[in-house]
Design a protein around this ligand. Structure first.
Ligand code: SF4
Ligand code: SF4
Length: 217
């Protein structure tokens, strides 16, 4: 099942595919869906990325359904969709939780998933399932090491510099208030609300030459 899913998803445009075990971290309504397929594409979140990730989730769901397994697709932007079942799940089952549990990377000082290959440039989607998938080795701690580039150059000093670990997953990495305040100022000046310096400055994945051909992690 792992190989079938991986082959199909990488062949359809995914950059990374991983398999996570989430036993004990899901709320009771979905506790039976204790495995996750974590899918990443090497693109910014925009309409075409959403479409691609939607297609990839559909393909994974089709394979799982054909084998008689249950599944629940959590879209990449489920945190922005209001008043739906998956939007209410989002704080409990974040894509970053699934991705780190699948071994795809760690949470960097900038609060983003850092893939060793693609850096902070993946957009993620998740498919929960009860299929008996072989799960990857979770990443236990940050791989940022001594690097502090994102913190040093953040224009709003929003990045605290602390390090994520699986044992302290909710450590305060970013001051959202400071970051949002800076983005509002940017919008007033340029018409664009985004900053993204902490993403673009990260050395991981910057020179990645394999991103367009896909790679399983
Ligand atoms: S988006 Fe900009 S302001 Fe916000 S944390 Fe990143 S570098 Fe700082
Ligand atoms: S810029 Fe450096 S400290 Fe920031 S997330 Fe990337 S590796 Fe980690």
């Amino acid at each position: 099942m792992n190989d079938i899913l991986r082959k199909e998803l990488l062949g359809s445009g995914a950059s990374v595919v991983g398999f996570a075990g989430l036993r004990g971290v899901l709320n009771s309504e979905i506790a039976h869906l204790e495995r996750a397929v974590s899918i990443g594409v090497d693109r910014n979140l925009n309409e075409s990325t959403l479409r691609l990730l939607g297609t990839l989730q559909e393909r994974a769901a089709k394979i799982l359904k054909a084998e008689g397994h249950r599944y629940l697709c959590i879209p990449p932007d489920s945190d922005r969709i209001r008043n739906t079942f998956v939007s209410r799940l989002y704080p409990l089952v974040t894509h970053k939780m699934a991705a780190t549990s699948a071994g795809l990377g760690w949470i960097g000082r900038n609060g983003l998933l850092i893939s060793p290959v693609f850096g902070p440039r993946l957009t993620l989607a998740t498919v929960l399932t009860d299929a008996p998938l072989k799960i990857g080795s979770p990443v236990e701690s940050s791989g940022c090491g001594e690097c502090s580039l994102c913190m040093d150059f953040c224009p709003s000093r929003a990045i605290t510099g602390r390090q994520w670990s699986r044992h302290d997953p909710y450590v305060a990495l970013i001051s959202r208030k400071k970051c949002d305040s800076h983005k509002r100022k940017m919008r007033a000046l340029t018409g664009k609300p985004n900053c993204g310096l902490c993403r673009s400055i990260c050395p991981y994945g910057r020179d990645n030459k394999v991103s367009k051909i896909g790679q399983a992690v």
